[in-house]
Design a protein around this ligand. Structure first.
Ligand code: F6R
Length: 361
């Protein structure tokens, strides 16, 4: 069932263009957005996004989208914290629970915790028959197909795609986008399968970089804006399957502590498409290079042209718009974790101590 791939994770990474095209087909018709009728952001005064692990990072990206595009106050939390604090909920609020399995115990408990206290409970799941799907008022399946590898890959990018479409629906319903603006973002998302396919073509280059990363004890990932959660996701993916210690940081937070870790033995992965924050991230990249760090830069052609000298390895990703960029930049992060794990000989699909579905808290 691995379809000729050595691991399920490799197969699932490779099938992302098809998975994302399928999700687009479900939610984006010729006439535009085709999301569930009942998904109404018009009077929503607060959005609460809750999940665990990789799904939580998808929520963290979505916050940037919902805030900028739709102007809705957003909070994002991990389910195990959310359910035990005293979150301030609004009867006009909407709570969105994101889960590949739809069975994660903390996420399900968080959903039950808000029921009755918010206006709408929405589930974004991969398994449409799951508990979270059953208990949510509105369900948006991500249509990624079964994910077998313990490390989530195609479900993450499909979650991002569905959340991006939701943010556009919210912006549209709230009168925050004119027709041309909406069409521009939709075109950006329609391009995602092709862009992800182009990112996959970097596989051999990433595999070569991974031979070096496999020697490291610690790896840092940096990003800003919607790419900050991608830094967290890149670090999580690397640590869970290669067992190399990795941390993701907001690039601007570096000088408040973590830069003390940096020396020539710590590879630093900088995730920086040429967006409105590019110059800021580049100055943080210069700071780590000045401490001898070997930088692996994930960027696009415009970023390559402006990155300057001294970068150890650069991956040139296809140019993507503001919504597509985090999805496209997930691919080299997944490939880097995968090839590093293969180089180290760890069990890629079944990492030690981990389970695919975490049904105990
Ligand atoms: C990491 C990973 C986990 C899951 C988390 C939530 O690669 O797969 O962090 O994302 O356990 O699982 P779901 O999405 O099933 O709720």
């Amino acid at each position: 069932e691995k379809a000729g791939y050595r691991h399920f994770m490799a197969k699932e990474i490779a099938e992302q263009p098809r998975v994302l095209a399928g999700a687009l087909e479900h939610y984006l018709g010729d006439a535009g957005l085709a999301l569930p009728e009942g998904l109404d952001f018009t009077g929503v005064d607060r959005l609460t996004l809750v999940a665990c692990g990789t799904a939580h990072y998808a929520c963290a990206v979505a916050r940037y989208w919902f805030e900028r595009l739709a102007g809705i106050p957003c909070e994002v939390d991990i389910a195990s914290e959310f359910r035990y604090r005293d979150p301030v909920l609004s009867p006009r609020g909407m709570a969105i629970f994101v889960s590949q399995s739809g069975e994660t115990a903390d996420t399900l408990a968080a959903l039950r915790h808000v029921r009755g206290a918010v206006g709408a409970v929405v589930g974004v799941v991969n398994v449409p028959t799951s508990s979270i799907a059953r208990e949510a008022d509105i369900v948006l399946p991500i249509h990624a197909g079964p994910e077998i590898g313990v490390a989530s890959t195609k479900a993450f990018t499909a979650q991002l795609l569905v959340l991006a479409l939701m943010a556009l629906r919210a912006a549209d319903q709230r009168g925050r986008l004119d027709a041309a603006g909406l069409e521009r973002h939709l075109a950006d998302l329609r391009g995602v399968p092709g862009l992800v396919n182009a990112a996959l073509a970097l596989d051999a280059e990433v595999a070569e970089i991974a031979q070096h990363v496999a020697e490291a004890q610690d790896v840092l990932f940096l990003g800003r804006g919607p790419l900050f959660p991608l830094a967290l996701e890149g670090a999580l993916k690397l640590k869970e399957i290669s067992y190399i210690h990795a941390e993701g940081y907001a690039a601007g937070e570096l000088k408040h502590g973590p830069i003390a870790l940096v020396d020539s033995h710590v590879p630093v992965v900088v995730i920086a498409p040429h967006d409105d924050l590019f110059a800021k991230t580049m100055s943080n990249m210069q700071e780590v290079m000045a401490r001898g760090a070997q930088v692996v830069l994930f960027t696009d052609a415009a970023g390559v042209a402006e990155a300057g000298p001294g970068v150890w390895r650069t991956l040139t990703l296809p140019t993507a718009g503001w919504l597509a960029a985090p999805i496209v930049h997930a691919v080299p992060a997944q490939l880097l974790a995968y090839h590093t794990a293969v180089a180290k000989g760890t069990d890629v699909d079944q990492p030690r101590n981990l389970a695919k579905s975490v049904t105990v808290e």
